[in-house]
Design a protein around this ligand. Structure first.
Ligand code: LMR
Length: 401
């Protein structure tokens, strides 16, 4: 009965890893998926995560019962504090509904399903370009997806004018997806002044902000600094959605731990919103897994572990910055590599949006065994001092052929 099923294409990001795994070459390099690697090219489990896990193992009172549909209560409170700030009026006034979800993607999807059922304007504007999965998450979640201009290939920076024009032209009440920091894939973020202009425009048109916060701690090097744009939208008293992921900043990729928070106008509304979120979650996956959320809660509630986490997080962010510098230096000092590569050091977060086109990417994969997404995005976190020269050679060859 399934004879007519057509083979689906691989995922544009995770499929890169599938292709990489099949390549027998000893010099192969995976710069596709945004996952942190050490200088030795190995995945990293943070020390603080190992410590938290040990504490959890040693606690014999812990059981493996189901969590509530909304997840671990401590985790939800601490996650809201992490993104909105401990002093946030929304938290103090008890008007945030937070539910533990399956990392960033799950949080976005639960948010989309809720909006599809309870919000009058089912159009979401997403940046052009954006993380490839956003389109499918929101479309399959029941929203109609439109784009706003975000990136200007000519300047390799923000298309601020285009962004303002497109949001001004959006219908009143439309939802707007915003990357809280370290925009994926471009590495280009608005300045705080630009954020303020975006906020004013959006509030004047009653546009609903939906933040995707997958890289808190990776952009400015400070958890509070990276949450600033979100906090600006909460400080004005309006509604706001925030999807958080602990995949990158705690290295908990496979634990699938994240949270969706909906900031409401009153505590009564927040509690009704939470009751509806439960109706979204229960038929999808019943309730979320306990282990990852327990690790996060253990770290966030203990001052010493929290401080240790911020140090390890900063070390990851700093290593990425040093990779940017090394790659930039390698291209600049090499005789004859055309182009201005300063965007490598200007862009923020895990990724460099190189400007390499699909053919150049295909060439680098075929000839140099370097794997990256076809839009020319490279995960700087996958690079090391040892592999920078190989990448610089490949870029040189690709742009001079
Ligand atoms: C990425 O953009 O590489 C990450 O967010 C991983 C993913 O799930 O796509």
């Amino acid at each position: 009965v399934f004879a007519n099923v057509v083979r689906a294409p691989e995922d544009p990001i995770l499929g890169v890893t599938v292709a990489y795994n099949k390549d027998p070459s000893p010099i192969k390099l995976n710069l596709g998926v945004g996952a942190y690697r050490t200088e030795e090219g190995k995945p990293l489990v943070l020390n603080v995560v190992r410590k938290a896990e040990q504490l959890l193992v040693n606690d014999r009172s812990r059981v493996k019962e189901y969590l509530p549909i909304t997840g671990l209560a401590d985790f939800n409170k601490l996650s809201a504090k992490l993104i909105f700030g401990a002093e946030s009026p929304a938290i103090q006034e008890n008007r945030v509904a937070t539910v533990q979800c399956l990392s960033g993607t799950g949080s976005l999807r639960v948010g989309a399903e809720f909006l599809g059922r309870h919000y009058h304007q089912r159009t979401i504007y997403i940046p052009q370009p954006t993380w490839g999965n956003h389109i499918k998450v929101f479309a399959l979640g029941g929203l109609s997806v439109k784009y706003y201009r975000y990136y200007d290939p000519a300047t390799r920076g923000l298309h601020f004018q285009g962004l303002l024009e497109d949001l001004s032209a959006a219908p009143s009440g439309a939802i707007v997806l915003l990357h809280a920091c370290a925009h994926n894939p471009t590495g280009v973020d608005p300045t705080l002044e630009q954020w303020e202009q975006i906020r004013k425009l959006m509030r004047s048109k009653a546009l609903l902000p939906f933040f995707d916060s997958a890289y808190q701690g990776f952009a400015s090097g400070s958890l509070d600094g990276d949450a600033q744009p979100v906090r600006m939208f909460v400080a004005d008293g309006g509604e706001c959605f925030a999807a958080q992921s602990y995949a990158k900043n705690m290295g908990l990729y496979g634990e699938r731990v994240g949270a969706l928070s909906i900031v409401c106008k009153t505590s009564d509304v927040a509690s009704r919103v939470e009751s509806q979120l439960k109706l979204v979650i229960r038929p999808m996956y019943s309730n979320p897994p306990i282990h990852g959320a327990s690790i996060v809660a253990t770290i966030l509630k203990d001052r010493e572990l929290y401080n240790e986490w911020t140090i390890e997080l900063k070390a990851m962010a700093d290593r990425i910055i040093s990779m940017r510098q090394q790659l930039f230096d390698a291209l600049r000092t090499r005789a004859g590599t055309p182009g201005d590569w300063s965007h490598i050091i200007k862009q923020i977060g895990m990724f460099t949006f190189t400007g390499l086109n699909t053919e150049q990417v295909a060439f680098m994969t075929k000839e140099y065994h370097i794997y990256m997404t076809s839009d020319g995005r490279i995960s700087m976190a996958g690079l090391s001092s040892r592999t920078v020269p190989h990448l610089a050679d490949a870029i040189h060859a690709a742009v001079t052929r």
